[in-house]
Design a protein around this ligand. Sequence first.
Ligand SMILES: N[C@@H](CCC(=O)N[C@@H](CS)C(=O)NCC(=O)O)C(=O)O
Length: 86
Amino acid sequence: MYQVYAFSTPNSVKVPIALEELGLQYELHSVNVRKGEQKHADFVALNPNGKVPVLRDEERGFTLRSPRRSWSISRSVTARCSRRSR
Ligand SMILES: N[C@@H](CCC(=O)N[C@@H](CS)C(=O)NCC(=O)O)C(=O)O
């Protein structure tokens, strides 16, 4: 299952929207950028850049994170999903 680390910002919401559209299961972890949670050590361990969104797939062992653009995270998930369904 995918793990999404995001907040209610336009960049963040692109990732859960893509996962919803693809019908993929995910858990959403809120990272409140207004409270500075993106700079907490546990989040910086996921993304040293300290920005949301971050997408993790622990089963396949990959993490996609900003500064990769959020649309590119969404596009990567779509590509992986379409390769699997062939
Ligand atoms: N180009 C990146 C930008 C990511 C980004 O700027 N995220 C913002 C929220 S929309 C953030 O994490 N801001 C917190 C900070 O910069 O400390 C994307 O499209 O994902």
